[in-house]
Ligand binder design. Structure first.
Ligand SMILES: [Zn+2]
Ligand SMILES: [Zn+2]
Length: 209
């Protein structure tokens, strides 16, 4: 075997990428092999697992890993792939944890009742009845709103934005005070989270964090 032969056991075909032949490279891409990591050909060709890996996420103090990419109206993370279609980010998290694709007839439910959470330890598989019972349990069916999983309330976020904009307090100090990660504060103050909230202009002479 030379370097130009596919590294898959028993395959003697020539490699085209990552030490694999056309057939085995395509297969690895289609199952979303996470070891393949982000590819450089642009989002269109990325697998769900690859998009999952490169999408920003924010860890809350409750251990939720909140999806900071595209979200549905009910705040579930959505992975959009031209090649592989759309799929819920929490479903992909479960696919990756199980090492196989969760069948469409099974629901992926949140123990933490926090729709944007993609922490596989907070997810469980359920059928229709389990999911409905779970939703009624959490009182979510009537208003379709997300539950109490979010660490910060909107008024606190407004406070953070205004205090940071006023200067005199840095992101690490705000993070400690509100019990969230500095990365969360950064996303809030840069308008990458809670985008809909108004943001005052930061004075030129304000110290940066
Ligand atoms: Zn091969
Ligand atoms: Zn969670």
């Amino acid at each position: 075997m030379t370097d130009t032969t596919c590294k898959q056991d028993g395959c003697e075909r020539p490699t085209i990428a990552r030490g694999l032949c056309t057939k085995h490279y395509d297969r690895a891409r289609n199952v979303g092999d996470i070891e393949f990591g982000p590819r450089t050909r642009g989002r269109a060709g990325l697998t769900h697992a690859e998009i999952f890996a490169v999408t920003p996420k924010c860890v809350t103090s409750t251990g939720c890993i909140e999806w900071d990419g595209h979200r549905s109206q009910y705040q579930y993370g959505i992975i959009q792939s031209k090649s592989f279609g759309n799929r819920g980010a929490h479903r992909v998290a479960m696919d990756m944890a199980l090492g196989e694709r969760v069948p469409d007839e099974l629901h992926v439910c949140h123990r933490c009742d926090n729709p944007p959470c993609v922490n596989p330890e907070h997810l469980f598989l359920g059928d229709d009845l389990v999911n409905v019972a779970d939703m009624i349990d959490k009182g979510r069916h009537a208003h379709g709103e997300r539950g109490g999983g979010s660490k910060l309330r909107e008024d606190q976020v407004v406070e953070i934005i205004n205090r940071y904009a006023a200067g005199g307090i840095g992101r690490p100090a705000l993070a400690r005070e509100y019990g969230v990660s500095p990365a969360c504060i950064q996303k809030i103050t840069e308008g990458k989270m809670w985008r809909h909230l108004p943001r005052p202009a930061r004075p030129q002479n304000a110290p940066s964090a």
